[in-house]
Design a protein around this ligand. Structure first.
Ligand code: ARG
Length: 455
């Protein structure tokens, strides 16, 4: 491609380190789209003649078919997807193939392809997240009033409902979708026509190529167009945060499905056995989703490290951008699909959840709130009274509502029989009626909010 001034070929080690075709062949479709937009524009601007443009377009069509049928031969000596396609084009249509690269460089070509690819990846992540949300929603709908222990510090805190807990993840994944949507919107500007770095002397129409490729507009600064990879970093950041959310849910599933908890059952289809312990039902998919989060965050850190300190504009360092993004996309999409399937598969075990919600005095806050409401004490004082009653119950080895009224009154004489109404798990949950609270009526509101959106 650059034989003009070179006398010898590359060293053997250069043939090993330089090629990117093994991974950037994934950009073939985007590369063809970019070339089509470019050559149509060259033709309509009279930069190349119409017949040449036509010949190039028909050659690109044939290449597309060859790639689709798996007949295209990708060659490492041709380095990357751009040179592979251009070389094949020359084989098919002859020397006029060389006109395609007028007013273009591989620098704007590769980043055009890459933006198009990441744009598609944002859309796929959104669609996969939608399915996870739907699976969570379906379970939450069934269990809007199913009582389970709510934890802080992994200690029993206050009873909540399983539906409420699951809807928390619907919210998180909803924000993840927002991040992919934002990333998609921001990246959707065209670098094509920035050429090597400085623009071109040919009278190109960047608006036309931008529009043909579905971009909002051409990027304003050619040097920015060539150098910027923040769109890829932003995508990877969105992937990382989403993977962190997945890992939290995966961690819960691991915990919930262990017999010590037994809150959910995963079917045979979503568990694996042990080669030595016949009783085992391991939640491998959940563990793998949790583990793969490390890869995705690693992909972000790796690319941020590549770009850090890199002077404008293009450096071949940037060839390292694609594998990180491909890996994160593959990993995240697989994890999202596995999570959606696993959530749909699980069977909640309401009896186990309820039994686990009993110990640990989870209605102690309700007792303190009652003292505030009925005895008009300041909350801090009420907290102290409730704490002393918990201590008493602990000494007797009973639950709060198993204490007698007289025992309660030994701590605070003004306590009346009425207090027992607030000490059950149901009463506690039902009373959490503040906006966003765990009362089934409030959970029903959340479900109502999401139902249309998840249709
Ligand atoms: N394979 C290269 C990449 O992935 C394409 C751009 C190469 N440009 C260049 N001037 N060497 O970034």
């Amino acid at each position: 491609m650059w034989g003009g001034r070179f006398e010898t070929g590359p060293a053997d080690i250069m043939r090993e380190i330089t090629p990117s075709i093994d991974f950037d062949k994934r950009l073939a479709r985007e590369d063809l789209a970019g070339s089509r937009a470019h050559v149509r524009m060259l033709g309509s601007e009279g930069i190349i003649n119409k017949d040449d443009a036509k010949a190039i377009l028909s050659g690109l069509d044939q290449i597309e078919k060859e790639i689709e049928k798996g007949q295209f031969v990708f060659k490492r000596e041709l380095e990357d997807i751009h040179l592979n396609i251009e070389a094949r084009l020359a084989e098919i249509i002859g020397p006029c193939a060389g006109r395609l690269h007028t007013a273009r460089s591989r620098n704007d070509q590769v980043v055009t392809d890459f933006r198009l690819w990441v744009r598609g990846a944002c859309e796929r992540a959104d669609a996969a997240l939608f399915q996870v949300q739907r699976a969570l929603f379906a379970q939450a709908e069934k269990h809007a009033a199913t009582i389970m222990p709510g934890f802080t510090h992994m200690q029993p805190a206050q009873p909540v409902t399983f539906g409420h807990h699951l809807m928390a993840y619907v919210e998180m994944f909803g924000r993840d979708r927002g991040r992919f949507e934002d990333a998609r919107k921001r990246l959707n500007e065209s670098p094509l026509g920035a050429a090597a770095l400085a623009g071109t002397s040919f009278p190109i129409d960047r608006d036309a190529t931008a529009q043909a490729l579905g971009f909002q507009r051409p990027l304003r600064n050619s040097m920015d167009a060539i150098s910027a990879r923040d769109f890829a970093l932003e995508y990877l950041a969105a992937c990382s945060i989403c993977a962190v959310h997945l890992s939290r849910l995966a961690g819960e599933l691991v915990q919930w499905s262990t017999p010590a908890f037994g809150f959910v059952k995963l079917s045979d289809a979503f568990t694996t056995g042990s080669s030595i312990m016949p009783q085992k039902r391991n939640p491998d998919a959940a563990e793998l989703i949790r583990g793969k989060t490390g890869r995705v965050i690693g992909d972000f850190v790796a690319l941020a490290t590549v770009v850090k300190g890199l002077v404008l504009t293009y450096g071949t360092d940037l060839q390292e951008d694609k594998e990180r993004v491909f890996d994160a996309a593959d990993t995240l999409e697989l994890s999202l699909r596995a999570m959606a399937a696993m959530v749909a598969d699980l069977t909640a075990q309401p009896d186990k959840m309820r039994a686990a919600a009993e110990p640990g005095y989870p209605t102690a806050t309700d007792l303190a709130d009652w003292v505030v409401r009925v005895l008009k004490k300041p909350f801090r004082e009420a907290h102290h009274i409730a704490g002393s009653i918990v201590k008493l119950a602990e000494q007797k080895g009973v639950a709060l509502d198993q204490l007698s009224l007289a025992e309660m009154q030994s701590v605070e004489p003004a306590i009346s029989e009425d207090v027992f109404k607030v000490l059950s798990l149901e009463a506690s949950v039902n009373s959490r009626m503040s906006f966003g609270g765990t009362a089934p009526a409030r959970v029903a509101e959340q479900l109502f909010f999401w139902r249309e959106k998840l249709k």
